[in-house]
Design a protein around this ligand. Sequence first.
Ligand code: ATP
Ligand code: MG
Length: 258
Amino acid sequence: MSMISAVANQKGGVGKTTTTVNVATAIAESGSRVLLIDLDPQGNATTGVGIDKNQVELTSYDLLMERVPLTQLRLHSSGAGVDLVPSNSDLTAAEVGLMNAQSGELRLKQMLEPVAGEYDYIFIDCPPSLNMLTLNALVAANRVLVPLQTEYYALEGLSSLIETVEQVRNSRNPGLEIDGIVRTMHDHRNRLGAEVSAQLLSHFGDSVYRTVIPRNVRVAEAPSHGLPVIAYDRHSRGAAAYAVLAEEMLKRHREQTT
Ligand code: ATP
Ligand code: MG
């Protein structure tokens, strides 16, 4: 069974897209077949793997609303070594479209089913909202990966995310599990960061990934070059951390499946 991870946190700018793009790239480098689904109208994951979101003709909008088969709209990013379902602002219209559709929350799951077996890992980059798009991701996924910035207010909203995951598990998707929480953009000189980090560990224990992603300027620069930081500057601290995180994730999943 492929691992399908929804990367979600309704708080904006916490590192969802950066984490999705880099973990996907690192896992692809290790030899796995990886699909990245951009489910955010901002299209940052699309740009982040070097695809011009304004030039793509078919996007995740067409997948969800027009039911264009995934095989017809996936692209390949050579920079990241992953297949991509791109997105751009067209996807904004899907929110209302899906709400008005019968069983609109099942659409991504249905469209993914025929191709899921072609991939070892599927990552879904969610928008910063617990909306119909995120709900589609949670219904289609078997794991939820939660990037969290170690700063004040970071934990706020986490309980509503966890509640939503539980609701989805109890209704549409009994196989859904929290994969883990990833601490992102961590500034080790900041005392508050250390406190939030410690709080997370005491609340969520083993579900918190041991690898911490540091704040690193190379990570912020990489998207403007259309490359994951892992490909842009492999020796930067940010790239190294994401490579270690990907290893930790693979190890965690191997342990879960044996
Ligand atoms: P949104 O909610 O808008 O989708 P997001 O949760 O996907 O945002 P990102 O886009 O990944 O967050 O990151 C927000 C910003 O922070 C981006 O400009 C990104 O380049 C930058 N950033 C992410 N991680 C790091 C890091 N480790 N060091 C420095 N900058 C980072
Ligand atoms: Mg994003």
